[in-house]
Design a protein around this ligand. Structure first.
Ligand code: FUL
Length: 487
């Protein structure tokens, strides 16, 4: 009798302590390397190579290594400026379409080793990897598949050459966070003196799967970018925007290596995608990707760069901002000044989270458990989240601002390890005791930031109106950004 009583007590205790299980993930899901990549948010592209000295965008491949001669190359200056700009990494064009290599590759003479720079003893990739390490930045590399210099381009031998170079880059320069595979192929080139047009079958020639294996083996943490993945997708334009509706998902069958089915799918993702392949917004701070003195006065304005930030990072994409390093081998003063202005504006815009620590209530909470409570969205901890019971596809959170509070930015994040779920949401503000709709939007994803004219409210309501499954929200922040002439 006594033991039956004890069993009952133990069972009751276990029952009451048992935590409500978390929602089942809604696939496709991000990999560990993709999760780390999402957190990079904003980083630099550096286009610097032979074209910098020939004033070209696409060199023919007939250039001479002697033409590469920066007078004051300093990768530490690049890293210092990128760090101060708030960027988290730098992706360098180790080899662009003209085939010139910024590292002394053992497989070609067309490289820095035959240039006057540092008497042929220099290695830009090595200098940059050391500078990135010093400044706490991650390094990524661009190795152009198209090579207008190489005599074998178009033949199987070139693929072996390309892979050998990939092994050098992945094996000799420490940790790489991203490898950039450019989809461009204009056909014509020097090709070892042949001077002709070479067309390849983009779907078969590169045999991508086997090149990807090299990257996976040597750099298991690196994500690979190309038009359609495998890890990160192109956003379908070079102007600096993703669609407001932006799924981190693509249907793999529509994006076999080398195939771009539809630019719109790259811009917005596909709600019914089969794989997690988020978008990266690549855009240059100047009209060109490479440095041209005539563009010193054409550096994008601060309002334009802010638009790009809100249309990339603010729309569930990463921002890859290109800086064309100049003929000295330095980031030009016009670009560095603008980068720092952007950093200042972002810092001022996101200085104080007005929602932090405020009381938040939810229309429903999973298992009525504190573990999934509303307070998890403004606790400054990305590992905690608010969620509801499985059947709820509509649910709201209300933040009590206590006093009338002016704001003009709303930031929200889903807990993406459990998938991207939200299809439709709304933000309302309680202004003079009446609810006003501020925004009606679609997807959230890793991060969504909305800009709107200033509102002064005592309460703010975030409502999920439709979702693939119960919403899982890890973060909500509210800001009052100084109004530059940025809208
Ligand atoms: C394009 C290239 O053709 C441009 O030169 C540049 O590298 C840009 C990032 O990608 O496809």
């Amino acid at each position: 009798m006594r033991s039956a009583y004890l069993i009952l007590i133990v069972a009751l205790t276990l029952f009451s302590c048992r935590e409500t299980p978390p929602p089942a993930p809604v696939g496709p899901l991000p990999s560990e390397r993709q999760l780390a990549w999402h957190q990079m948010e904003y980083y630099a592209f550096v286009h610097f190579s032979m074209n910098t000295f020939t004033n070209m965008e696409w060199g023919m491949g007939s250039e001479k290594p002697e033409q590469f001669n920066p007078t004051a190359l300093d990768c530490r200056q690049w890293a210092r400026i990128c760090k101060a700009a708030g960027m988290k990494g730098i992706i360098l064009t180790a080899k662009h379409h003209d085939g010139f290599c910024l590292w002394p590759s053992a497989y070609t003479e067309h490289s820095v080793k035959n240039s006057p720079w540092e008497n042929g003893k220099g290695d830009v990739v090595k200098e940059l990897s050391e500078a990135c390490k010093e400044y706490g930045l991650k390094m990524g590399l661009y190795l152009s598949p198209w090579d207008r210099n190489h005599a074998d381009y178009g033949k199987p031998e070139y693929i072996t050459y390309y892979r050998n170079q990939m092994k050098e880059l992945m094996g000799n320069y420490g940790e790489i966070f991203e490898v950039w595979f450019d989809g461009a192929n204009g056909g014509t080139g020097w090709y070892g003196g042949a001077n002709e047009e070479r067309r390849i079958d983009r779907t078969t020639y590169y045999d991508w799967e086997n090149t990807w294996k090299i990257v996976r083996e040597l750099q298991p943490g690196a994500v690979m970018f190309s038009d359609g993945g495998p890890d990160i997708r192109w956003v379908g334009n070079e102007q600096g925007w993703a669609r407001p509706t932006n799924w981190s998902l693509l249907k793999k069958k529509d994006f076999a290596p080398g195939v771009v089915d539809n630019l719109e799918h790259l811009r917005a993702g596909q709600e019914d995608g089969t794989d997690w392949i988020p978008a990266e917004v690549d855009v240059s701070i100047r009209p060109g990707w490479f440095y041209h003195p005539a563009e010193d006065t054409l550096v994008k304005s601060l309002p334009k760069l802010l638009d790009i930030y809100y249309h990339s990072v603010g729309r569930n994409a990463n921002m890859l901002l290109n800086i064309p390093v100049d003929q000295r081998g330095l980031i030009h003063e016009a670009d560095s000044a603008r980068l720092l202005e952007l950093a200042e504006a972002l810092k001022a815009g996101f200085a104080t989270d007005l929602a932090f620590g405020k009381k938040v209530t939810a229309t429903s909470i999973r298992g009525k458990s504190k573990h999934y409570g509303a307070a998890n969205v403004n606790d400054n901890n990305p590992a905690t989240y608010w969620t509801t019971g499985d059947s709820a596809k509509q649910a709201s959170l209300t933040i009590d601002m206590i006093n009338p509070t002016a704001f003009n930015r709303f930031l929200v994040q889903e807990f993406i390890p459990l998938g991207q779920r939200v299809k439709k949401f709304k933000i309302e503000a309680l202004v003079n005791d009446s609810w006003q709709t501020i925004a009606e939007e679609t997807t959230v994803g890793y991060k969504r930031i909305l800009r709107f004219p200033e509102v002064t409210a005592t309460k703010i309501r975030f409502s999920v109106e439709d979702a693939k499954a119960c919403p899982v929200i890890s973060n909500i922040q509210v800001f009052k950004a100084p109004e530059l002439s940025e809208e």
